[in-house]
Design a binder for this molecule. Structure first.
Ligand SMILES: *Cc1c(COP(=O)(O)O)cnc(C)c1O
Length: 356
């Protein structure tokens, strides 16, 4: 008799689960979140609307009023918008409707590790294209890999997590024209940097854009993401998504956030300016060197082992991300931009650690 575990797909058993250190600290700069949090006015309005809802009833089958607002916000047609439980669910839905055994996905790496996880669970094959030595995209090589291997898909994260590099509009257009494969661009950090590729959707039917409320929009805990693409594709992607994956509370929160961008925009502007300041300050510390980034985080090369730096900072109440297991990044950690006070504490702690 075979063991129950033998029934698990070999490609699932072969991978390790997505993990995050369970440690906590007063200063949490390990997940690229909005450090200022959601403005109280928005929270109050969400709670008020949620209290008026009938919690016994299922949410809308298609979240049409949110989708209308997303269409307006992004500048794309409503029938080309899908919304769900975080952009992670959007990644899963896109991959599950396209990838099976024998399907090849080009992936510049290091990048967000969820892509590789979902592709491998679906049984697909990854063609990894390393970043250049300066940790930016190697566009000619990405294009060559897509064209020469007739890749079915490519996923490009812009700005890229964890390195913060971006692809330009001209570079993306060049790739889109060279292939009939789907080019998925994850723009989780668009509010913080990188070019907006929505204007390309009309012309390029093989472009798929993913976005989220989890980062600049201060809603990581509520899980709302969305996908923008040609309506024909969205119809298919929706079939690979669970019904009701977006609960009415999160749906309401996303709508209220979009109605109150004037309250969120200043926070995003502060994230951007703090990022500029933090970069300059980090550059002045002997023993570390931050890599320029278009998003609210940096990979930072460290003269002491990443694990040691992680522990030194944790003992001072600061939680960063040890990303040293990622390809090319064995000497790096990732640091997210915090509030001005948090950034001051970080800078002071780093001066202490590297003076020793
Ligand atoms: C954080 C992040 C996401 C967010 O996913 P959600 O499920 O929307 O929270 C998606 N893509 C990238 C590249 C990220 O860094």
């Amino acid at each position: 008799m075979s063991a129950p575990l033998d029934k698990i797909k070999s490609n699932v058993r072969a991978i390790t689960a997505y993990t995050l250190s369970p440690l906590e600290a007063p200063i949490k700069i390990n997940q690229n979140e909005n450090p200022f949090g959601m403005p109280a006015e928005i929270k109050q309005e969400v709670l008020r609307r949620a209290a008026e809802q009938d919690w016994a009833r299922y949410p809308e089958f298609v979240p049409s009023s949110l989708i209308e607002k997303l269409a307006k916000y992004s500048g794309w047609r409503a029938d080309g918008v899908m919304a769900g439980n975080g952009s992670n669910e959007m990644i899963q839905s896109v991959i599950n409707s396209t990838v099976e055994k024998g399907v090849l996905v080009v992936l510049p790496e290091p990048t967000f590790s969820v892509y590789r996880q979902v592709i491998q669970v679906a049984g697909g094959e990854v063609a990894s294209v390393p970043l250049k030595e300066n940790l930016t995209f190697d566009i000619p090589r990405i294009k060559h890999e897509i064209v020469s291997r007739k890749a079915d898909l490519a996923i490009i994260c812009s700005p890229n997590n964890p390195t913060g590099c971006t692809i330009s509009r001209d570079e993306l257009t060049d790739i889109l024209e060279s292939t009939s494969g789907l080019i998925i661009v994850d723009q989780a950090y668009l509010e913080l940097g990188g070019e907006d590729f929505v204007p390309l959707l009309e012309q390029y039917k093989n472009l798929v854009i993913l976005r989220t409320f989890s980062k600049a929009m201060a809603m990581g805990g509520l899980r709302v993401g969305y996908c923008l693409a040609a309506p024909e594709l969205i119809t298919e992607f929706n079939k690979a998504k669970m019904p009701y994956s977006l609960n009415f509370f999160s749906m309401t929160a996303a709508e209220v956030a979009l109605e109150n961008l004037a309250l969120l925009d200043p926070l995003v502007a502060r994230m951007r300016s703090e990022k500029e300041r933090l970069f300059v300050e980090l550059q002045q510390i002997d023993g570390i060197s931050p890599v320029p980034s278009e998003a609210n985080f940096f990979v930072v090369k460290t003269a002491i082992p990443p694990k040691k730096l992680f522990e030194e900072l944790h003992s001072r109440g600061i939680l960063i991300r040890d990303i040293s297991k990622a390809p090319m990044l064995s000497e790096y950690v990732r640091i997210s931009v915090g509030t001005p006070e948090e950034n001051d504490r970080l800078i002071q702690s780093l001066h202490e650690i590297f003076k020793q």
